[in-house]
Design a protein around this ligand. Structure first.
Ligand code: DGJ
Length: 731
């Protein structure tokens, strides 16, 4: 069988079949067209080892000497007991390149064991690699699957590992260590993706950073239990892998039955993490369902009622809130938790998806009419997968609560999980949501999910796998029935952020924490994979409800702008200055929205840990918006020159500070600002990236927004200091 070489956007994926298995010879930098004879590139055989070179196949197997974590584990219960067919010898019987050279489908077979695996690898146009296997039981007895993993080899110069972890209100924080021998495993047993799940597992060359180093990164597109790992073997080989974590006998394949793994998404970059981000963003934005400026549908500015009124729902205050929001330039009004029967607090009501007649005697129509009358869309919060024991639903159908046989799992936020594997429960939820979407003019659902699926079971057997699929089907069917409705995936903030859920939703809620300082980190690392137009990001109250920190509006607004911008604040109670500044911030976001939601994300490797610099550069290099953010007090008296990377080197640009105003005494602590700050400066992309601009002294937990635009004039201004100085003010 001939080797298969897929190439895209600077990445090569080279597969050889000489060993009888599909072996990834190279996944990394583009190799060009001229390849050597791969058959003679097989490695040596060491002493005290198998007599053949060990193949690290696409499905690593003990049958070819692989002593690391195997690709497939399972067995058959036949001929008097379990354990049969425990060690597959899957060999390639066909490999076909499809889809104009983007995809290769490889068929592996072990006729003896009665197993067949079809592996599909696609190298998407932006360089993102997608890999999934489908296992079929071609035998005559049931086959119990324990694990089917998707793995990719990384070279031995990938010596550092980065993954993400977190908790409620602190999602997606990085952790990093040297790769050593052994297996580093990140396990998610939450029944949902999890606050601590690793959105990305990245191996890279020593010291890889935002814009330097080689990086190989993977993400598993699955919202249930899972494992992600780096397997580093004694022979020096390293595999990045991920698999659904199956419960006992969760997948038992009848003869002819099959199981498909979640897709593993992977990217290679020779220019640091920004290159990984670019591959993911390219893939997201190429999806037909993607909502962004290029598809002609902009992400509307949101007001969400949660931190404004919580469960305190009544028509008059909400009408006032809608009016105040519209006056500020809000475009979508989302009514959060508290509108349905019995829901005055979080102890009751989940499952009773009828508008509460006591709170809303005329239904939601008066509010929706007012909202749409103001020219805004209306959105509604739901949490369809959950049930309170104190609900009509649970009283009528106690058996619809998921769990082990004979008892209920422990409550979490006073709630249980509805067993959506039960067809009647699934249908009830579908019908209620369908009815609400049919009766009311609802453009958007905030779809929440607020607990782990601990001990999740259907009919007494583990069911996270089936429940996850049932949720996916619910979303898919609702989208089919109501194609215009957008859906947000929220899960106690960011506990369900993955490409499985994002295949059927239009944005994620990154965190319940609206504290801008926390959000700087949460959004930075969520954004390594998910583009800003899909990451809900709201300006919360002046003093954060989840950290009690107080931040200026400018810092909160600059932080929210690099996402799907919104408000979660009782804007009825603003003073005049706040109202004026907030309206300006919203207008500023709208001005830059087309750029922010379509451009290339860049992150400088800023040497001062107190400072961060990120930005979005348009694909033609014509404009950019950067945020310089101070996250702590600095060791340095002045920040020095900060580089603005990612622009076209030979092009002249004008850089202007747009927010906050240069004379804003809350944001800056300096006797005089740098000379260019008030009037802007012209410089080449090369100068800005390599030499940088002297920045003002930002107070900690403040930001500065810099707009950059290509000048029509030819030569860049040579001396930034030649620009007019700003009048000196003492703090
Ligand atoms: C958790 C979400 O993350 C919040 O934004 C809010 O919608 C509450 N649930 C409502 O119960």
């Amino acid at each position: 069988m001939h080797p298969v070489h897929l190439r895209s956007a600077g990445t090569s994926l080279l597969l050889a079949f000489d060993s009888g298995e599909a072996e990834i010879v190279h996944w990394g930098a583009d190799l060009g067209e001229n390849l050597p004879d791969l058959a003679i590139l097989r490695g040596p055989v060491p002493h005290s080892a198998l007599d053949i070179p060990v193949t690290a196949g696409l499905l690593p197997q003990a049958s070819s000497g692989w002593a690391g974590r195997p690709g497939l584990r399972g067995h058959r219960n036949a001929d008097g007991g379990p354990g049969l067919d425990f060690s597959p010898a899957l060999r390639v019987v066909a490999a076909q390149v499809q889809d104009g050279g983007r995809t290769v489908v490889i068929i592996h077979r072990d006729s003896e064991a009665g197993l067949e695996v079809s592996s599909e690898l696609t190298l998407h146009p932006g360089g993102l690699l997608e890999l999934a296997h489908t296992l079929t039981n071609s035998g005559t007895a049931e086959y119990q699957l324990d694990e089917l993993a998707t793995v990719l080899p990384v070279p031995r110069d990938a010596t550092e590992l980065l993954d993400l972890t977190g908790r409620w209100c602190r999602e997606n924080h990085p952790q990093r260590h040297a790769v050593q021998q052994g297996t580093w495993v990140r396990t998610g047993r939450h029944g949902r993706t999890g606050h601590d799940s690793s959105l990305l597992v990245a191996a890279g060359t020593a010291g890889f950073a935002n814009r330097t180093g080689q990086v190989w990164a993977t993400h598993l597109g699955w919202s249930g239990n899972h494992e992600q790992y780096l397997d580093s073997l004694a022979d020096g080989r390293r595999m990045l892998g991920a698999a659904e974590l199956l419960g006992s006998a969760e997948v038992v394949l009848r003869p002819g039955g099959s199981y498909r793994t979640p897709s593993l998404y992977a990217a290679y970059s020779g220019r640091g993490l920004d290159g990984i981000t670019e591959a993911f963003y390219h893939w997201f934005r190429a999806r037909p369902q993607h909502v962004d400026t290029t598809s002609g549908r902009v992400r509307p500015v949101v007001l969400n009622t949660w931190e404004a009124v919580y469960f305190d729902h009544s028509l008059e205050p909400l009408l006032e809130l809608a009016e105040a929001a519209a006056g500020l330039g809000v475009e979508r009004f989302v009514l959060d938790d508290g509108w349905f029967r019995g829901r005055r607090h979080d102890h009751a009501g989940l499952g009773d998806w009828y508008v509460d007649e006591d709170l809303w005697p005329e239904g939601l129509t008066p509010l929706i009419d007012a909202v749409t009358g103001h020219g805004m869309e209306f959105g509604l919060w739901v949490e369809p997968e959950m049930v309170n024991e104190d609900s009509d639903l649970a009283r009528a159908h106690p058996d619809w609560i998921g769990g082990p046989a004979g008892r209920l799992p422990e409550r979490w936020r006073h709630q249980q999980v509805l067993d959506l594997v039960n067809p009647a429960a699934w249908q009830y939820i579908f019908d209620r949501l369908d009815a609400l979407l049919s009766e009311y003019r609802i453009s958007y659902l905030k779809w929440d999910q607020n607990r782990d699926l601990a001990e999740m079971g259907h009919a007494g057997r583990p069911s996270v796998h089936a429940q996850t699929q049932a949720v996916y089907r619910l979303l898919d069917e609702l989208r089919k029935a109501h194609p215009g409705v957008e859906i947000e995936s929220c899960s106690s903030g960011g506990a369900r952020v993955d490409l499985g859920i994002l295949e059927r939703t239009d944005r994620i809620w990154a965190s319940d924490c609206n504290d801008a300082l926390e959000r700087q980190t949460i959004q930075r690392w969520t954004g390594v994979v998910v583009p800003p137009e899909l990451v809900g990001s709201h300006i919360g109250p002046t003093t954060s409800h989840t950290t009690a920190r107080t931040h200026d509006l400018s810092f909160r607004a600059i932080t929210a702008m690099f996402g799907h911008f919104g408000l979660e604040w009782d804007v009825r109670r603003l003073d005049d200055a706040e109202r004026t500044e907030l309206a300006r911030a919203i207008a500023l976001f709208k001005q830059y929205r087309p750029l922010l939601h379509s451009g290339r994300m860049v992150r400088a490797d800023e040497p001062d840990p107190a400072l961060r610099l990120h930005g979005v550069v348009s694909h033609d290099g014509g404009e950019a918006l950067y945020a310089l953010v101070s996250v702590a007090t600095s060791f340095a008296e002045v920040p020095g020159k900060v580089c603005l990377p990612g622009l076209l080197p030979d092009t002249a640009y004008r850089v202007e500070a747009v927010y906050p105003a240069a004379e804003d005494r809350r944001a800056f602590l300096q006797a005089a600002p740098p000379a260019w700050l008030a009037g802007g400066v012209e410089a080449s992309g090369l100068f800005l990236a390599e030499s940088g601009l002297p920045m003002p002294v930002l107070n900690p937990e403040h930001g500065l927004l810099l707009a950059v635009r290509r000048t029509t004039a030819g030569a860049p201004a040579a001396d930034p200091a030649a620009n007019s100085a700003h009048p000196v003010r003492n703090p």
